[in-house]
Write a protein that binds this ligand. Structure first.
Ligand code: 13P
Length: 287
């Protein structure tokens, strides 16, 4: 790895698209999570996209703190796999520019709650700023809901013609069409629209991103990868296994108070989940 330890997502996702697999995007929350994820991806020899939401950035102080932490960690842990540092769900042009200026190599502008025209205009401005600085851009079309929804409403699904228009008029590098997934825990089984996914993939020729990657049955993820998903965003699944292990550890060790031991209690299970996702996304055994 050269001087700049972080990559944008261009090569990693174009390669994934060509070879038919998906790169995992794991959200990071703190130093320990970043370390666990990087170590496991290095062990599995998997490229990785570290996702930072605006909430997580605030929790970890700011974009600069996150960038410097990740870069220093790559160096001191001797990480050799490609790593991209990505703003997840950037809510404004300003947030995207701040992340880029602080050294993020990839940003998502999520203007999906605005009209198509506004979404296109905002995305276009971010693309111009980002591409001048060798940073890749992801945009959302349709609207991926949250835990409050539990299941996606039909109205939230991306329209094929809107996806094509957004892609063609902005020059984005990756597209996240809402196709039935939600963030957080599902109420029932998600209804992913694979026909639409395939159409959007064929008409835009872009690597597609699936948000809300936790809690989707493996066979649906595999089918998604076959229909053009090149990046899967995963957050809740890691949080659930980590929290469960820490809860058990605290219950079984009532006298422990060292925070290092407490946070580390979730390391093994978090790493196992990371490895499981990497294998799933690379699986040849697809339907
Ligand atoms: P989950 O928390 O459902 O895995 O979603 C993560 C995500 O899509 C981040 O953008």
């Amino acid at each position: 790895m050269g001087d700049n330890m972080l990559e944008n997502t261009k090569v990693m996702l174009e390669t994934a698209k060509k070879e038919g697999y998906a790169v995992p995007h794991f959200n990071i929350n703190n130093l320990e999570w970043t370390r666990f994820i990087l170590e496991e991806c290095e062990k599995e020899k998997s490229p990785v996209i570290l996702g930072v939401s605006e909430g997580a950035k605030k929790y970890m102080i700011g974009f600069h703190t996150v960038t410097e932490m990740v870069k220093a960690m790559i160096k001191e842990l001797n990480i050799t796999v490609p790593v991209a540092l990505h703003l997840d769900h950037g809510s404004s042009i300003l947030a995207c520019k701040e992340a880029i200026d602080a050294g993020f190599t990839s940003v998502m502008i999520d203007a999906s709650k605005f009209s198509l025209e506004e979404n296109i205009a905002m995305t276009k401005e971010v693309v111009q700023y980002a591409h001048e600085r060798n940073v890749t851009v992801e945009a959302e079309i349709g609207h991926v809901g949250g835990e409050e929804d539990g299941i996606a409403s039909e109205l939230a699904y991306a329209k094929v013609e809107d996806a094509v228009l957004l892609a063609n008029s902005t020059g984005i590098d990756t597209l996240a069409p809402a196709l039935g997934s939600v963030h957080g825990i599902y109420k029932g089984e998600p209804k992913l629209d694979f026909d639409r996914m395939l159409k959007i993939k064929e008409l835009t020729n872009l690597p597609l991103v699936l948000h809300g990657g936790s809690g989707i049955p493996d066979e649906l993820i595999e089918k998604g990868v076959n229909c053009g998903i090149c990046k899967l965003n995963i957050n809740t699944d890691l949080q659930i296994v980590w929290a469960k292990a820490v809860r058990t550890y605290l219950n079984e060790n009532e006298t422990v108070y060292d925070p290092r031991k407490i946070i580390k209690a979730g390391e093994k299970t978090l790493k196992e989940k990371v490895s499981e996702k990497i294998h799933l996304l690379k699986s040849n055994n697809r339907i």
